[in-house]
Design a protein around this ligand. Structure first.
Ligand SMILES: Nc1ncnc2c1ncn2[C@@H]1O[C@H](COP(=O)(O)OP(=O)(O)OP(=O)(O)O)[C@@H](O)[C@H]1O
Ligand SMILES: [Mg+2]
Length: 459
């Protein structure tokens, strides 16, 4: 066995064999063969590195290849991410261990690149070889005696960075060429890998977008469904009201006549009984009162089901509320506070109907304050010209459940209530183009807010 011999740049293979008594020797120049074997191995190593599943392994392996082939002590292998940042998953372990830079980074966003050789190499797409100690390394960084910074380029796009540093000797053309060889092989793999991760990224963000759109759609469907349901409920409420209207109008009429007859009968009895026994007189009085109550109920029903067109006059809401207040006796232990705006615009409204609105609200307020309390009546003008009247009490308040049913006809929680008061209030206010809102807290009190929009006010 004769080992290969090196003469200058050439490598020779010597083969000896026996010829007769002597020795024959064949010398062949195998420089090329060795070189292509080396290249083949390099290509295979690189391809194998890219087949590795783990990113960290991949970058470590390529870094090992460039350090070995350039006989460098330190090195860095980075890639350019979709935001243009230089990401270095891998720095030679020596650097990590010896480097004393306070915050060791692996991601270098474009705007923080600075002016040292690697950013210049990336920006100008050229290899930079410096055979003297670097003065631009940050404080605490390992000393860089000499180094090469080489951009990895594929189809004119910078896809990554090789940096090797600190060979024993200077970096010469041969090492640059070796590094370039590796760069040429690595660049397409790196490019493919980056494209793939970009595509994955795009797909992920598209998925997120679709998800948000979906959620959006769902909530739209939900709110439309609710609107539809509300509209349906409103419609069936109106239908029920119409039916109730017809029924009560006819019942009311039918009842009016017999009631009238009973009333006349009582009147007659009172006349003919000269000195009735006290309990007979009491019974007659009770009958009278109950007929009065019945007539009131019929009036309410008819008012509600067949509301008269409001007769519009110029009115002052403060006067209307005062008139309503005076109509009803203030119960014991209840005090009344008023806070009327002195600059209320004149309102076009039906004074009788609006008085009815406030007597109903005030009656409810009194009834809600069983022991004692304060009824407060406020009028104001909003900046936009709306006229507001607020009727509030410190009574029992209304449960959440009941709040929703408040304005439904025949909804009542009272033993002797009909449950038409608020229905009448609402329809009268709506006939005036206004609206009513309620705010209540159980055990604390209730506040009704009547709003007359400014266009309905005459100034
Ligand atoms: N100020 C208030 N505080 C507490 N609950 C109230 C108040 N106003 C109304 N309510 C509740 O709303 C229900 C309906 O009121 P509404 O005025 O329509 O009917 P009612 O007072 O029960 O009977 P009526 O037809 O005699 O007025 C009441 O039974 C009561 O439960
Ligand atoms: Mg009432």
């Amino acid at each position: 066995y004769i080992p290969n011999s090196i003469y200058g740049d050439k490598i020779f293979e010597l083969r000896a064999f026996k010829v007769g008594d002597g020795l024959g020797i064949i010398t062949s120049d195998i420089t090329e063969r060795i070189a292509s074997e080396k290249e083949l191995k390099l290509s295979r190593d690189i391809a194998q590195a890219f087949l590795m599943s783990d990113d960290e392994d991949l970058f470590d392996e390529i870094l090992r290849i460039i350090l070995d082939n350039t006989k460098s002590k330190y090195g860095v292998f980075g890639y350019i991410d979709e935001n243009g940042a230089n990401v270095v998953p891998s720095m030679s372990r020596h650097i990590w261990n010896e480097c004393q830079v306070s915050d060791k980074k692996t991601v270098f966003p474009c705007r923080e690149w600075g002016e040292s050789s690697w950013p210049t190499a990336l920006r100008e797409k050229r290899t930079i070889v410096i055979n003297e100690a670097s003065k631009l390394t940050p404080k605490g960084h390992v000393t860089i005696e000499r180094h090469i910074s080489m951009p990895l380029i594929y189809e004119d796009e910078v896809v990554g960075l090789f940096q090797v540093a600190n060979t024993e000797d200077v970096y010469d053309e041969k090492q640059v060429r070796t590094l370039q060889d590796i760069a040429l092989r690595v660049a397409p793999f790196l490019y493919g890998r980056l494209q793939r991760s970009r595509a994955e990224h795009a797909r992920d963000s598209a998925l997120v977008q679709i998800e948000t759109l979906n959620e959006d759609l769902e909530s739209k469907v939900e709110s439309r469904t609710k609107e539809l349901k509300d509209a349906q409920e409103e419609l069936s409420r109106k239908e029920r009201l119409a039916a109730l209207g017809q029924l009560s109008a006819s019942v009311g009429h039918e009842l009016r006549n017999p009631l009238g007859a009973i009333k006349n009968g009582i009147y007659f009895l009172k006349m003919v009984l000269d000195h009735p026994e006290p309990d007979v007189l009491e019974t007659l009085t009770i009958l009278d009162q109950e007929i009065e109550n019945s007539e009131e109920i019929i009036r309410s029903l008819l008012d509600f089901t067949k509301p008269k067109e409001p007769v519009l006059q110029k009115i002052n809401l403060n006067d209307t509320i005062t008139a309503a207040l005076e109509r009803i006796e203030v119960p014991l232990n209840i005090s009344v506070k008023t806070e009327f705006s002195s600059i209320l615009p004149v309102l076009l409204g039906d004074s009788h109907q609006l008085e009815r609105v406030f007597t109903n609200l005030i009656t409810n307020a009194y009834q809600a304050m069983t022991n004692e309390g304060i009824l407060s009546l406020v009028t104001t003008v909003e900046d936009n010209g709306d006229v507001i009247a607020i009727v509030s009490d410190t009574g029992v308040g209304i449960s959440k459940e009941n709040l929703a049913k408040l304005f439904q006809p025949l909804f009542t929680t009272k033993a002797r209530g009909i449950g038409l008061g608020l229905s009448i209030v609402e329809s009268l206010i709506e006939a005036h183009g206004g609206s009513i809102k309620v705010d209540s807290e159980e055990g604390k009190g209730t506040s009704f807010r009547v709003i007359f929009p400014s266009q309905k006010t005459g100034r």
